[in-house]
Ligand binder design. Structure first.
Ligand code: UD1
Length: 433
């Protein structure tokens, strides 16, 4: 298993280009199943998760061609016919979002058998809302032996659907299915994340009739068929936020490019409150941090446009060295503090309290140690902490990072970070040479 070794204490200077959003790319790939024509996705991030989903789509009859174009990596997905509507456990368990193939398969063929998902270990993460929405669209759902069997032999039917609470995955899933339903579907209490807008706009480019995406009420007029399109994946606001926080932690001056600053507005406000100097341009964000300590700032994770849960761990890393005590409240996922014991190994002072709250008391310094990445965003937080820790930090299990961050060590080392990947199972003794 690969590891990442970091030598902390070097300020970062340079540009970091932000990649296409993982959380959008994987939904857009699933949406390509809705049409028999080719869909070309550009600005695609090169990640373990997109490769994995590609393997799953190939089982359904999708041909995938990758190339490099003017807008980064291009992935051409073409499913002239669904040759199998079966998604096996082995592939779905490795990435929760691959469960979202269920809706498109069902909408296009009238049936699907998809394993229940696994995914990051950040709480229970059920899929009940996804299934209820598909049932409301007229699907007949059975579950046995860990599989969902869904059928709608005469097609899906438009419906009025009120989500009991906001779910990004369920909104995206049901939205895709509704594009090919007979009649009109109205979603209430839908998620408003930018990735949902990206998906809806891509679906519209494919001939769907979706309006209201980005607001809590989305209306979809079903159409008989969708066509192919070219679509550029929206920038990854979580990756952008992670590098912004890395720059704030290490110090120096970093300019993020290919980014939409408004997508990380709340984060940038919090970073300014903490004492970072931030300037934004059309597609750039510059983060500057001089010597001296940052101030402690509180955050509460919320649905978009609130503070993203996917940036909570990284912000907590920044607060470990801030002056004073900050409160980090997690309201989206239970059990999303698994990075706390690992940050403590580096010398952080954090007390997890009941009710999804953690108190971070800034310490004078972090010291390098061996740590374990427990999930995707937690891995990023350990990298951020390692950038400021004295001595060497070794992050184990970086396969989590590879799921969601394209060329992380390349991007950071281009800005002067002392970071390198240790391939395979190299014993620790050899690493120190
Ligand atoms: C997506 C993102 C993830 C991000 C999250 C919140 C992808 C691949 N993942 O995850 O990175 O952290 O949004 O912005 O896009 N829930 C249920 N039943 C359901 C569905 C969800 O109880 O059927 C619960 C979840 O357990 C969680 C909450 O609803 O507590 C929000 O989950 P949701 O917005 O669905 O997150 P994901 O789509 O899984």
């Amino acid at each position: 298993m690969d590891r990442i070794a970091l030598e902390g204490g070097t300020p970062l200077h340079g540009d970091i280009p932000v990649s296409g959003a993982k959380n959008s790319a994987i939904k857009l790939m699933a949406a390509s199943l809705l049409t028999s024509e080719p869909v070309r996705l550009t600005n695609m991030p090169r990640l373990a998760d997109t490769r994995l989903l590609g393997r799953l789509l190939q089982r359904f009859g999708t041909s995938i061609t990758e190339s490099i174009g003017d807008d980064g990596q291009e992935t051409l997905l073409h499913t002239p016919e669904i040759t199998s509507a079966f998604a096996p456990y082995d592939l779905v368990r490795q990435m929760r979002a691959s469960f979202n193939v269920l809706g498109p398969l069902l909408a296009r063929t009238g049936h699907a058998k998809v394993s229940l998902p696994g995914g990051c270990t950040i709480g229970a993460r059920p899929v009940d809302l996804h299934l209820k929405a598909l049932e409301a669209l007229g699907a007949h759902i059975d579950m046995h032996e860990g599989y969902v069997f869904a059928q709608a032999p005469r097609g899906l039917k438009g419906a009025e659907i009120e989500f009991p609470f906001v779910s990004v995955g369920a909104t995206e899933h049901a939205l895709m299915a509704a594009t090919l339903a007979h009649g009109t579907t109205v979603f209430h209490n839908a998620a408003c994340e930018p990735e949902i807008v990206d998906l809806a706009e891509c679906l519209n480019a494919m001939g769907a009739k979706v309006s209201g995406a980005g607001t809590p009420t989305i209306t979809v007029e079903g159409v008989a068929a969708l066509k192919g399109t070219d679509w550029s994946v929206i920038c990854d606001r979580i990756e952008a936020g992670t590098y912004a926080l890395a720059a704030a932690m290490a110090g120096g001056e970093v300019r993020l490019t290919k980014v939409r600053p408004e997508l990380i507005g709340i984060l940038l406000d919090k970073m300014r409150q903490a004492g970072c100097e931030i300037t934004t341009g059309d597609n750039t964000v510059t983060i500057k941090r001089g010597p001296g300590r940052l101030k402690a700032v509180d955050i509460t994770t919320e649905v978009y446009p609130g503070f993203a849960t996917d940036l909570q761990a990284q912000f907590m890393a920044l607060m470990t060295l801030a002056d004073g005590e900050s409160t980090v409240r997690e309201t989206i996922f239970e059990n999303r503090f698994m990075h706390v014991p690992e940050l403590s190994r580096l010398g952080a002072s954090i007390a997890v309290q009941t009710g999804g709250e953690a108190k971070v008391t800034g310490v004078d310094e972090l010291r390098g140690a061996q740590v374990m990445a427990t999930d995707l965003r937690a891995s990023a937080c350990l990298i951020i902490a390692g950038l400021a820790a004295k001595g060497e930090t070794i992050v184990n299990r970086v396969y989590h990072l590879d799921r969601g961050f394209e060329n992380l060590e390349g991007k950071l080392s281009a800005c002067g970070a002392k970071i390198r990947r240790i391939k395979g199972d190299t014993p620790v003794e050899e690493i120190d040479e």
